[in-house]
Design a protein around this ligand. Structure first.
Ligand code: SAH
Ligand code: SF4
Length: 438
């Protein structure tokens, strides 16, 4: 989500005539986008601001924009604590970035002429930074209020963007040569189309005619030029049979679902306010595996939630094995101010959190290594999306990264690769031309 927001903002600055520089020292504007979902990225963002201070001292004309979730959470104190910051744009205001920045650029006298011609953010974001694959935001905010999570507070209530705008945006992307889109939201499968305006999902759910997420997938599936459709993240409580059928039946929708489980203990899931239990989660996994051949399923897990016992954690280890995740993001719980869980005693010691993190990652890696080993010798359709020192890389439909030593491949092409080597998170392939991977 943050990568997509950063791209939207960068794209808008580019439509105002700015160019990206790889060298921070030569920049006229530094835009810092931030994440506050855990304590660690929040601290990193703040210490990054400390590193910018000397640049500002050397070049007082430098403008620093502090954006995103940390900006939202600390908007009243940032400028006081970090006088180097010129502009604070909280996550809730990112949709208004063009308006806000247009005003400021004129004040700052940087790119003011170009800014008057700037496009609204939805259109300006239609020229992708990555020309093979692009993110497309379909919902903003979240209203699930998982007890550990700060997102609903810093990003606000959930809104679905109009399907017509989403489809148009993807058509423009396809026209520019984009082959793959990833539909983005904190909980994409609660998507409900409005009547042309961004709508709060909970208010629109009553209307039976409104397009839901499965319908949206089927609309995107019709767009010529788009070869692959992905989406992230899905919430198990909203993963309907209709959506499972859409993933199974729509040709362009890739065989990969990211479905965060968070914990394998029903007691902890209830305390997290996740609104599903392990049995419900596993029933979705089973249906997906039955209906979608070779589907890969990835997940998020949070260890050390207040009150998590060794028995709860063992259930999580069992769930990892039972679900057979292809890859896993695991995090140590950190209390976030204002959330319900922040009022509970953070009573799992840091060493226990650390050791549970390592244990769950080890279990997940073992599962992933065994699953990937079975791919040796198979043929996979790989969309080439990056150049590497020693060739190219791309992704399978199941979202596994494949390295190919072949230097003659072109970005955006789809090749059939034979898998000749497998690791925990990557595959090594060779193409028909007979060149083998690294
Ligand atoms: N909307 C997505 C998750 C977005 S946040 C979903 O519901 O799946 C990404 C991940 O950060 C979460 O899945 C969770 O595992 C982790 N996370 C969220 N709050 C956290 C906290 N307070 N401490 C540690 N990890 C957290
Ligand atoms: Fe946070 Fe839960 Fe919303 Fe995901 S669904 S963003 S974890 S509140």
């Amino acid at each position: 989500m943050n990568v997509a927001d950063s791209e939207e903002m960068a794209m808008h600055l580019m439509s105002c005539g700015h160019t990206e520089t790889g060298d921070m020292k030569s920049a006229d504007i530094i835009l810092v986008n931030t994440c506050s979902v855990r304590e660690h990225p929040e601290n990193s963002a703040l210490s990054f601001l400390g590193r910018i201070k000397p640049l500002k001292r050397k070049n007082p004309e430098l403008k620093v924009i502090f954006a995103g979730c940390v900006a939202q959470r600390l908007k009243d104190v940032i400028k006081k604590r970090f006088p180097a910051v010129d502009l604070v744009i909280g996550a809730k205001d990112i949709g208004k970035f063009p308006e806000i920045i247009g005003r400021e650029l004129a004040n700052w006298r940087i790119g003011e002429l170009a800014s008057s011609k700037a496009l609204p953010i939805r259109q300006s974001s239609s020229s992708p930074i990555h020309d093979v694959s692009s993110f497309v935001t379909i919902t903003r905010g979240c209203e699930n209020f998982c007890s550990y999570c700060i997102v609903p507070y810093v990003r606000g209530r959930e809104f679905s963007l109009p399907a017509s705008g989403i489809v148009n945006e993807i058509k423009i992307l396809a026209g520019k040569g984009v082959k793959e889109v990833t539909l983005l939201g904190q909980n994409v499968n609660s998507y409900i189309d409005g009547s042309g305006l961004a709508v709060r999902s909970s208010e629109k759910r009553q209307s039976s005619k409104a397009l839901d997420f499965a319908d949206l997938l089927s609309e995107v599936n019709k767009i010529e030029g788009i070869e692959r459709i992905r989406f992230i993240s899905s919430h198990p409580k909203d993963f309907s049979d209709k959506l499972i059928d859409a993933v199974a039946g729509l040709q362009k929708v890739c065989e990969h679902v990211h479905l965060p489980i968070q914990s394998g203990s029903d007691r902890i899931l209830a305390a997290m306010n996740r609104k599903y239990g392990v049995a419900k989660y596993m029933s979705i996994v089973e249906k997906l595996r039955n209906k979608v051949k070779d589907i890969s399923i990835t997940s998020d897990i949070l260890v050390g939630f207040p009150g998590e016992t060794e028995a709860d954690f063992k259930n999580t280890l069992d769930a990892v094995k039972q679900a057979g995740f292809d890859s896993l993001f695991a995090f140590k719980y950190s209390p976030r101010p204002g959330t319900l869980a922040a009022s509970l005693k953070d009573n799992v010691p840091l060493e226990t959190k650390e050791s549970r993190l390592q244990r769950v990652l080890h279990a997940a890696n073992t599962v992933a290594m065994n699953t990937n080993a079975k791919l040796a010798g198979t043929l996979q359709e790989v969309l080439i999306d990056a150049r590497e020192d020693d060739g190219h890389s791309g992704r399978t439909r199941t979202n596994k990264k494949v390295f190919l030593k072949n230097a003659r491949l072109s970005l955006g092409s789809t090749v059939t690769a034979r898998i000749v080597g497998t690791k925990i998170s990557t595959l090594i392939g060779e193409t028909a031309e007979g060149l083998c991977g690294i």
